[in-house]
Design a protein. Structure first.
Length: 206
């Protein structure tokens, strides 16, 4: 077991990121950003006008790390490195977020059907005044999906808290013909790149 001072804060609600950190033996505590009633989340995930997907995912991730670090200071919590991440799916230079409705989920899956898209996951680690960040890009090729298959998948509820409207580790794995890049990155936390950032901050992996 690692010494207590090697524990980090994870600024993410994603159960998949928690699972992936545990997979490489990283001890962490959750440091969740608040959803302010009437004002929305502390970090907006709305893309800026003409913002490229790569710039968008990097900016949102960096803002999450900075906001979580400030939250740690305000709450007078023990000072630790803060890890934040954000994942987006992009095709035809469009950013596909998390679908809020059945109609949005179906539209996204029709867009991905029979084509190759990119999954971008940016990871930022803030420790005191230092910030390390990396964005990992993977490509995913979907088989052609019938309307009936898309409707059945959307009825499972799996698409609705996932960027691009699907989960690579779920039922949607049966749609995927090919992956180029990082499987863990598509899940939401590229472990190779994350381990590099942690080691730069002095957090041992082994």
């Amino acid at each position: 077991m690692k010494p207590p001072d090697h524990k980090i804060y994870l600024a993410s609600k994603s159960p998949r990121r928690r699972e992936l950190l545990r997979q490489i033996g990283i001890e962490f505590e959750l440091l969740l950003l608040r959803e302010n009633i009437g004002r929305g989340p502390e970090v907006s995930e709305v893309a800026l006008e003409n913002e490229r997907p790569e710039d968008y995912v990097a900016r949102v991730t960096r803002e999450k790390a900075e906001c979580a670090h400030q939250t740690m200071v305000w709450r007078r919590l023990p000072m630790r490195a803060v890890l934040a991440a954000d994942t987006t799916v992009t095709i035809d230079s469009r950013i596909l977020g998390k679908p809020a409705t059945d109609e949005e989920a179906r539209a996204m899956l029709r867009m991905l059907s029979g084509r190759t898209h990119k999954v971008l996951t940016s990871v930022a680690l803030k420790n005191l005044d230092d910030v390390w960040q990396i964005t990992q890009s993977s490509e995913v090729t979907f088989a052609a999906l019938s309307d009936a298959t898309i409707a059945a998948y959307c009825a499972t509820q799996e698409p609705y808290d996932k960027a691009g409207g699907y989960a690579v580790q779920g039922i949607a794995a049966s749609f995927i013909q090919q992956i180029t890049g990082s499987y863990s990155g598509i899940m939401g936390l590229p472990l190779f790149e994350t381990a590099q950032l942690l080691q730069r901050a002095g957090v041992p992996i082994l």
